[in-house]
Design a protein around this ligand. Structure first.
Ligand code: 1HE
Length: 266
């Protein structure tokens, strides 16, 4: 069995599969997990690997922070056109997280800033511990967001809050981030990874086709007009409901072989 699978260390990341959950650890703690081009390529490889070996994924950071964003040392050496390609590659790879095969969960602590917030904005569910803080310092660095924040982070928190963060350098703590819809869970310091793995393990037990629709249809439907969105919803609803797996799962419920919907905890 894959229970307690082996932790593998690569140059920038660690990789482990626990049960049906792949766990990717950003592991460049001396540079606060700053993301270079080579880092993005290793992330790309491990996302693809996770898709073939697991049913859900978790991303977390080793060391004192989740992620300090773009590797600024590398950024200064680029031509404008190389910069465009670099940003487009972030979009492509983060796009595999946002609209790929697996549901992804982020466990956040310490700094979640710049490109780190962009990476966190790509997953479906974010868990922050109380040490987490969020910021978009691009304005002070003379740059702009390039890893998808204009779309994904803005959709989470709204444009006004994002402009406040970018213009004034405002950083927000975990509780404010929850209020602002940047994260969905706030837990005690040090508890984010376990919580994210627990949530991912649950998501891994959903029907794969339902997860695929949740991951891929919902963000696309948000980009459509309401009438188009509802039309597409009906086709996805029917396609999933008539699958053999749905029949099995629906019968299991009707025959009282599986649990009911649980009341919320606490
Ligand atoms: C880095 C980076 C980095 C740290 N690129 N090297 N991101 C930022 O503007 C955030 C910049 N970083 C920070 O504000 C702080 O490092 C932190 C608040 C995240 C952490 O502070 P701390 O005190 O724990 O660490 P530190 O001492 O500042 O950093 C340790 C080392 O990491 C140090 O290098 P050293 O050689 O002196 O040991 C730092 O220079 C290095 N380091 N962050 C390169 N980001 C696709 S577009 C996305 C646009 C962006 O992401 S812009 C935001 C970039």
């Amino acid at each position: 069995s894959r229970e307690g699978g082996q932790l593998e260390s690569f140059t920038y990341l660690t990789y482990e599969v626990r049960g049906d959950v792949a766990i990717l650890g950003l592991n460049r703690p001396k540079k606060r997990n700053a993301i270079s081009d080579a880092f993005v390529e290793e992330l790309a490889t491990l996302i693809r690997r996770a898709e073939s070996e697991a049913k859900a994924g978790v991303i977390h950071g080793h060391g004192p922070h989740f992620c300090a964003g773009l590797d600024l040392a590398e950024h200064v050496k680029k031509t404008p056109f190389e910069g465009v390609h670099g940003s487009r590659r972030w979009h492509e790879v983060f796009g595999w997280i946002q609209k790929g095969k697996l549901p992804w969960f982020a466990a956040l602590h310490g700094a979640v800033v710049g490109g780190g917030l962009e990476l966190a904005s790509s997953v479906q569910v974010r868990v922050a511990d109380r040490s987490a803080f969020f910021g978009l310092p691009e304005g002070q660095r003379g740059i702009f967001v390039g890893g998808g924040a204009s779309v994904r982070s803005a959709q989470l928190m709204g444009v006004a809050r994002m402009q406040d963060m970018m213009l004034t350098g405002r950083t927000v703590d975990a509780d404010t981030a929850e209020r602002w819809n940047i994260v969905q869970y706030v837990v005690d310091e040090g508890a984010a990874l376990d919580k994210a793995v627990e949530l991912a393990a649950h998501a891994a037990t959903n029907a794969e086709i339902s997860n695929y629709a949740i991951i891929n249809a919902l963000p696309r439907i948000q980009d459509m007009g309401s009438d188009d969105g509802l039309f597409v919803e009906s086709f996805i609803a029917s396609f999933t409901a008539t699958s053999p797996e749905a029949e099995e799962r629906l019968n299991a419920f009707l025959n009282k072989k599986v649990g009911k919907v649980a009341r919320p905890e606490g």
